[in-house]
Ligand binder design. Structure first.
Ligand code: NAP
Length: 308
C-alpha cells in the first residue's frame, strides 16, 4: 500500500494547533495533528477561560478545548495521540517519527506550546504530588480547609490563587518583587479576597516535609532574613519554558529556545511554520494562539500552492 503523505502535519494540540487544524482541514488539505496528552494544551488545565471572545459568562478550559478539537475533526482533521520523537526532512517531504510509526507530510506547523517552570529548590521534585503542584484546577480540591502558598506575581499566580480560595482556608501569594506583573483586574480581585495575602520581596529557598509538604523556608530578598513558614501546599506559577526540544537542531531557535519565525509565521526551514507559545514573541493568550494557528495554516496553504 502506498504511504499516505499528508498536506499538513501539526505538532501540538493546544489552541494554536487545534485552530491550525481547523483552518487546514477546511481548506481541504489532508491534516494530521499530534497531541500526546489531552487536547487543549494549557487551557485543558485552566478552570474558567474568561477572556475568549463570545463567552460573556466564561467557558471551562476543558470544555472549550474539546469543542475546538471536535470542530477540527468535523472538517476532516485526524488527531493522533502518538508522541513525535523525531522530525526530519527528505527533499520536500517531512517525516515525524513516533516510537512505532513514521508519518509524512508536505508541510509542518509547530504548536508545541510551553511547559511550566519549576522552582529548582530542594525537595520540590520529591514532594511533587505530595503538596507541590503546578495546576490548581487539577489539585486544588485536595486542599480543602488547608493553608497553601502560590508562588509568582503574574496572571497565573493570581488567577489560580483566587481559584484555590474555593477550597483552601488561606492562600499566601509569594512574590520575589514588590510589584505584580498580573493584569489590574486580577490584582484587584486578589487584593480584596479575604482569604488571600501577599508576601512581597520573598522567595522559597526550600520545601520541607517527609511524606508531604509541611512548611517552606522563605527568604526576604531585601533583608536576607529567612523564616520557616508552615504550609500544606506549594503551588508554583512562575512562567513557562518552550516545548521546543524536538526541533532544537531542526529550525532556528532564539536564546531562550523559542522558534524564530518571520512575519507570516514561517520558521527557518521552508515548509515549516510555528504558532502559539512555542514561537518567539507570541502573545500568551488563548485568543492570540488561535489567531496565530489560523495565520500559520493560511501560510502553509500558500506554501503548498507554491513551494519555495
Ligand atoms: P509570567 O507572566 O511570566 O509571570 C511569571 C511570574 O513568576 C512573574 O511574576 C515572575 O516574577 C515570577 N517568577 C519567574 N521566575 C521565578 C522564580 N525563579 N522564582 C520566583 N518567581 C519567579 O507567567 P504566567 O503568570 O504563567 O503567565 C504566562 C502568560 O500567560 C502571560 O502572558 C499571562 O498574561 C498569560 N495568562 C493570562 C491569564 C488571563 O488572561 N487570565 C491567565 C494565566 C496566564 P517577575 O515579575 O519578577 O518577573
Amino acid at each position: 500500500m502506498e504511504k499516505k503523505i499528508y498536506d499538513v502535519m501539526i505538532i501540538g494540540g493546544g489552541g494554536a494547533g487545534l485552530t491550525a487544524a481547523l483552518y487546514a482541514s477546511r481548506a481541504n488539505l489532508s491534516t494530521i495533528l499530534f497531541e500526546r496528552l489531552v487536547p487543549g494544551g494549557q487551557i485543558a488545565s485552566t478552570d474558567l477561560v474568561e477572556n475568549y471572545p463570545g463567552f460573556p459568562e466564561g467557558i471551562l478550559g476543558p470544555e472549550i478545548a474539546q469543542k475546538m478539537e471536535a470542530q477540527a475533526v468535523r472538517y476532516g482533521a485526524f488527531v493522533s495521540h502518538e508522541e513525535v520523537i523525531n522530525l526530519s526532512r527528505g527533499g520536500s517531504i517531512f517525516e515525524a517519527a513516533s516510537a512505532e510509526v513514521i508519518f509524512s507530510a508536505r508541510s509542518v506547523i509547530l504548536t508545541m506550546g510551553a511547559s511550566y517552570r519549576t522552582l529548582g529548590v530542594p525537595k520540590e521534585k520529591e514532594l511533587t504530588g505530595k503538596g507541590v503542584s503546578y495546576c490548581a484546577t487539577c489539585d486544588g480540591a485536595f486542599f480543602k480547609g488547608k493553608k497553601v502558598i502560590a508562588v509568582g506575581g503574574g496572571d497565573s499566580a493570581l488567577q489560580e490563587g483566587i481559584f484555590l480560595t474555593r477550597f483552601a482556608e488561606h492562600v499566601s501569594i509569594i512574590h520575589r518583587r514588590d510589584a505584580l506583573r498580573a493584569s489590574p483586574i486580577l490584582q484587584e480581585r486578589a487584593k480584596i479576597n479575604p482569604k488571600m495575602n501577599f508576601l512581597w520581596n520573598t522567595v522559597v529557598d526550600k520545601i520541607e516535609g517527609k511524606e508531604k509538604v509541611t512548611s517552606v523556608l522563605l527568604r526576604n530578598v531585601k533583608t536576607g532574613e529567612t523564616r520557616k513558614f508552615p504550609t500544606d501546599g506549594v503551588f508554583v506559577f512562575i512562567g513557562h519554558n518552550p516545548n521546543s526540544s524536538l526541533v532544537k537542531d531542526f529550525v532556528m531557535l532564539d536564546k531562550e529556545g523559542y522558534v524564530v519565525t518571520d512575519a507570516v509565521y514561517a520558521a527557518s526551514v521552508p515548509g515549516v511554520f510555528a504558532a502559539g507559545e512555542v514561537r518567539e514573541g507570541a502573545v500568551r493568550q488563548l485568543v492570540a494562539a488561535c489567531g496565530e494557528g489560523c495565520a500559520a495554516a493560511l501560510a502553509a496553504q500558500a506554501y503548498l500552492d507554491n513551494p519555495r
